[in-house]
Write a protein that binds this ligand. Structure first.
Ligand SMILES: C[S@@+](CC[C@H](N)C(=O)[O-])C[C@H]1O[C@@H](n2cnc3c(N)ncnc32)[C@H](O)[C@@H]1O
Length: 220
């Protein structure tokens, strides 16, 4: 069995006490609806698909996926029980059936070749490089052959202004982990884990810097 990676747990907004404000902050400052709906469109989820939202946080993306494709089976997983209780309450209020599990990204409680799609947003920048690598390997393990990974996260800055604005995220979530993202290393990360057709599909300028959408395929 692999040793757990060296990676400090970074909660949703950098500090646990900020978690209750997560939806208000992200909803009003990151163009959340636009980039998450773009990620959903990119993922082309079909009826009957098994879908995992990795590090689902308050569950917004998972809920929108289920609303968009009611015949998909949607699971959200996150390491933080407090944020998962917010996600559960939100899905009940929206009358949407999403299963929420608590687990760490580099040790997921799912069998091999189980999912048709894994989606994830605003997450990889929380992890050390070692934890990113083990997480990418886990995703490769749980995806079916030919299945797809779709990720939205901070990417290489599209200009000097975007690079400057990203310093706020680096202060909040830590310089080392976030540097991999802004150096454009997520593509290399997914390729190393065995994914093919890894590409950056779209970028969005936000007040915190450049958000990038990636896709990758597990070979058949
Ligand atoms: C910035 S939030 C993003 C939440 C959500 N995906 C979104 O787009 O709003 C990052 C999430 O990653 C979770 N997280 C951090 N490290 C994790 C790990 N190793 N395994 C699982 N979840 C983790 C945090 O609890 C938090 O909910």
């Amino acid at each position: 069995m692999q040793q757990p990676p060296k990676s400090k747990y970074v909660p949703a907004l950098g500090f646990h006490w900020l978690t209750p404000y997560y939806d208000a902050v992200v909803g009003s400052t990151t163009r959340e609806r636009i980039f998450k709906q773009a990620l959903i469109k990119q993922a082309r989820i079909e009826p009957g698909h098994q879908v995992l939202d990795l590090a689902c946080g308050t569950g917004t993306l998972a809920i929108w996926i289920k609303q968009n494709q009611p015949q998909a089976n949607v699971t959200g997983v996150d390491g933080d029980p407090v944020i998962l209780s917010i996600a559960s309450r939100k899905s009940q209020k929206a009358n949407v059936s999403v299963k929420f599990d608590r687990a760490l990204s580099y040790n997921l409680p799912y069998p091999e070749e189980h999912f048709d799609r894994v989606v994830s947003s605003l997450f990889f920048h929380h992890l050390s490089w070692e934890a990113k690598e083990q997480t990418a390997q886990e995703l490769f393990r749980i995806l079916k052959p030919g299945a797809e990974l779709h990720v939205a996260d901070w990417g290489r800055a599209s200009n000097a202004l975007m690079r400057g604005l990203f310093l706020f995220i680096q202060l909040l979530d830590g310089f080392k982990n976030t540097q991999d993202n802004v150096s454009g290393k997520l593509i290399e990360l997914f390729e190393q884990a065995g994914f093919v057709q890894v590409s950056q599909r779209q970028t969005f300028s936000t007040i915190y810097g450049t958000l990038a959408l990636y896709s990758a395929v597990k070979p058949s």
